[in-house]
Design a protein around this ligand. Structure first.
Ligand SMILES: *[C@@H]1O[C@H](CO)[C@@H](O)[C@H](O)[C@H]1NC(C)=O
Ligand SMILES: *[C@@H]1O[C@H](CO)[C@@H](O)[C@H](O)[C@H]1NC(C)=O
Ligand SMILES: *[C@@H]1O[C@H](CO)[C@@H](O)[C@H](O)[C@H]1NC(C)=O
Length: 396
């Protein structure tokens, strides 16, 4: 009974009782996007059994009353809309388990109030300005592209995630020449929390010469700023590259396959962007969602076609165009959809990959998936980045 509700969440079960729907939903979200993930049978069984038991217990205790779903079991008030348990992964990815009830009449949206919601960020949207003109580089590598790279991989990463950077430095980040073409990998971070963290970062920068730092507050909410700063860096420091890729720090990349795609005579060298395509995605209007975007920032109810933020490849003529287009487009906090909005203004359509299965999200079982055929997939952690890499290199 897996269905899809109007938020795009995949729902495992759907009870209908009186005027209310009750869903137990499960989804993996990446920077605001929802896609189905591997459902662990054990967890499904546990949730199902627990719910069945509570229904039985409830009907048994109150058998003289009409049966209604035992909302009290979740320990929240009847007006609650969402209860999110948010755990943060690398590079701002979150796994969210939503336990929520939904009023059948969705127009009651405005009067629903959350009673339980784990929130750690102040989404102060008024002050949200993404245009890179507002920021400057603290750490820079202005001469890196003098080596005339063919492809530059830009990895947004939080300042403290040194393990994620080291995993990449020891795996796909080491590949500086692929099929005879020069490849460069750089990390983009925002401000650190304090002087000591900044010193460590600068030491790391001296050692590896692969860090670019800009002076915006580094947070999940500010990912759009990070992406636009990446575009700005490519436009102003690296215009000689032919292609660039924005790729999250917990991704597996197969450089050979990526290069094969880019060197294919069918792959355009201008106005080209490809990855995992997202069509017709609804804008989340629930104020308690991490991906909430108010109508003032983005009035339409659906996003234009965009490529999922985990890893997208583009011809390097696009960064200056995207930065320019962004002047006219109000920033909102969903970075990949924002790039989609800029592309729409430029009248550039994201391209599907020749083999879409090469851009994967979660790989449930790396042993049964032939990683050697992919271009990119979510590994999920520094350890997995290394494990995926070794799987492929070991098979050669
Ligand atoms: C549940 O809803 C009823 C009717 O809308 C209301 O009177 C009651 O106060 C609500 N309970 C809680 C705990 O909010
Ligand atoms: C939903 O709410 C609207 C506005 O309050 C109302 O006009 C409509 O009749 C309601 N629909 C149902 C099915 O209750
Ligand atoms: C986003 O970055 C701006 C600029 O650094 C900062 O003023 C704002 O507080 C940040 N917002 C969040 C939620 O981190």
């Amino acid at each position: 009974m897996i269905g899809k509700d109007e938020f795009g969440d995949f729902c495992l079960k759907n009870w209908r009782e009186g005027r209310e729907h009750v869903y137990v939903c499960w989804c993996c979200l990446t920077q605001g996007k929802v896609f189905m993930c591997h459902i662990k049978p054990g967890f499904v069984a546990l949730v199902t059994v627990t719910l069945l038991l509570s229904i039985i217990a409830y009907t048994y205790n109150f058998s003289l009353r009409p049966v209604t779903f035992p909302l009290s079991w979740f320990n929240y008030a009847n007006q609650t809309k969402f209860y999110n348990v948010v755990s943060e992964g690398l590079s701002g990815k979150r796994n969210v388990w939503n336990f929520f009830t939904k009023k059948r009449n969705e127009t009651s949206n405005t009067e629903t109030k959350p009673t339980a919601s784990i929130k750690t960020e102040d989404n102060s949207i008024d002050k949200y300005v993404a245009h890179p003109r507002n920021y400057h580089f603290i750490l820079d590598e202005p001469d890196k592209c003098k080596q005339d790279p063919f492809l530059v991989l830009m990895v947004p990463v939080a300042p403290h995630e040194v393990n994620a950077r080291n995993a990449i430095r020891s795996t796909w980040g080491t590949e500086s020449s692929v099929q005879g073409k020069a490849v460069l990998t750089l990390f983009l971070v925002g401000l650190t929390g304090g002087a000591e963290a900044q010193q460590q970062l600068e030491e790391e920068s001296r050692q590896h010469r692969d860090l670019v730092q800009s002076n915006f507050v580094d947070s999940y909410f500010n990912l759009t700023i990070k992406t636009m700063v990446i575009m700005d860096w490519l436009a102003t420091r690296c215009s000689q590259a032919t292609y660039a890729m924005k790729v999250d720090s917990d991704m597996y990349i197969n450089m050979e396959n990526l290069m094969t795609l880019l060197l294919s005579p069918n792959t355009p060298r201008q106005n080209y962007i490809t990855g995992y395509l997202m069509w017709n995605q609804p804008v989340i209007r629930d104020k308690n969602s991490k991906w909430y975007v108010p109508e003032e920032l983005y009035p339409e109810s659906r996003y234009p076609t965009y490529v999922l933020g985990m890893g997208y490849v583009f011809s390097n003529d696009l960064p200056p165009k995207i930065v320019e287009a962004s002047e006219a487009i109000k920033a909102f906090n969903i970075e990949d959809a924002y790039v989609g909005a800029c592309l729409k203004r430029l009248v550039i359509n994201p391209s599907g990959a020749p083999d879409p299965s090469q851009f994967r999200t979660y790989v449930n079982d790396p042993k049964s998936t032939d990683l050697s055929k992919l271009i990119t997939a979510i590994a999920g952690s520094p350890e997995k980045v290394i494990e995926f890499w070794q799987n492929v290199k070991g098979h050669k």
